[in-house]
Design a protein around this ligand. Structure first.
Ligand code: BEZ
Ligand code: FE
Length: 309
């Protein structure tokens, strides 16, 4: 029999995984045990704290539905999602920076013609024109590339969070395919900063620890060019007050676009502008490589809407 000690316990649990057939699974599990045990030792975790953690994780799981992933939200607010993204995108060399996918990507979007208004039902938002281009890291334009775009409205909610999704369908979300010069452009409304969902255990933690739940205003892009790594990123609206304190730590300086307020009577495609509007110009530079575009975080979403909180 082995004499019990805290460190011998850790070693015994690590050894218990020695025969795991898959080497990577064995490595991940053994490292996880070491890190968890180190945390318990370092903090002198009490029974009450351990029970609280178990209850918190239980409630996190119970909050999950096919269209609500509270565990990913937990990963996001703890910075784990951004860290996983970072360690998997260490060498960018002239390629556009990546950031989190977020929970509101609902799968391949409906293709729309260049210049389309992707928020046609929105009556309150200020108009925004987005012109963009997709190139490789040397500036060579990439033609025929699908680009999925999605963003929150001026009320801070995504279409899929609103009951109107059932009647209006997708809004502030579309797919564009780049032209021969790698370009695409569309009109929409200026998104605003918004809170992550706060009606679950993750939101409870954010509020109880006096953090704020806000994300700075942004537009999501998923660019999937054959022969290049899929690019999952956001373009942030310059000047947003939450750029330095994004609740999910997703901001990188080079993803912040300066947004010009314009009063010209026509937008860049010559179509009339009824009121002052905003112009965003942003280029995406693709890194050569392979890889598959991610699946949506929610396994459903095209035909289900959550209640706006
Ligand atoms: C988002 O940008 O849509 C998002 C990302 C992480 C957590 C919540 C929302
Ligand atoms: Fe978002």
């Amino acid at each position: 029999m082995t004499q019990f000690s805290e460190t011998e316990l850790t070693a015994a649990v690590v050894r218990s995984f020695d025969d795991t057939p898959h080497p990577r699974a064995k490595f991940l599990l053994q490292e996880l045990v070491k890190s968890l045990h180190e945390y318990v030792r370092k903090t002198d975790l009490t029974f009450e704290e351990w029970e609280y953690a178990i209850d918190f994780l239980t409630r996190t799981g119970q909050k999950c539905t096919p269209i609500r992933q509270e565990f990913i939200l937990l990963s996001d607010v703890m910075g784990v999602s951004m860290l996983v993204d970072a360690v998997n995108h260490r060498e960018r060399e002239g390629a556009t920076e990546t950031t989190v996918l977020g929970p509101f990507y609902v799968g391949e979007h409906r293709e729309m013609p260049h210049g389309a208004d992707i928020s046609p039902h929105n009556q309150t938002g200020e108009k925004m024109f987005v012109r963009s281009r997709v190139t490789d890291t040397h500036g060579k334009p990439l033609a025929g590339v699908p680009v999925d775009v999605w963003h929150a409205d001026d009320d801070g909610f995504y279409d899929s969070q609103k009951p109107s999704y059932a009647t209006h369908g997708p809004s502030s979300r579309a797919r564009f395919v780049t032209d021969a010069d790698g370009r695409f452009f569309f009109r929409t409304i200026l998104p605003c900063s918004y809170p992550i969902p706060t009606d679950g255990p993750v939101g409870e933690m954010i509020m109880q620890t006096r953090r704020h739940p806000m994300r700075p205003a942004h537009v999501h892009f998923l660019v999937a060019a054959p022969g290049y790594e899929p690019l999952i990123t956001h373009v942030f609206i310059g000047g947003d007050k939450y750029l330095d304190s994004d609740v999910v730590f997703g901001v990188k300086d080079e993803l912040v676009a300066s947004v010009e307020k314009r009063t010209d009577p026509a937008m860049p495609d010559g179509q009339p502008a009824a009121a002052p509007w905003h112009l965003v110009t942003y280029e995406f530079h693709m890194k050569p490589g392979a890889g598959v575009a991610p699946k949506p975080m929610a396994s459903k979403g095209e035909d289900e809407a959550t209640e706006a909180a």
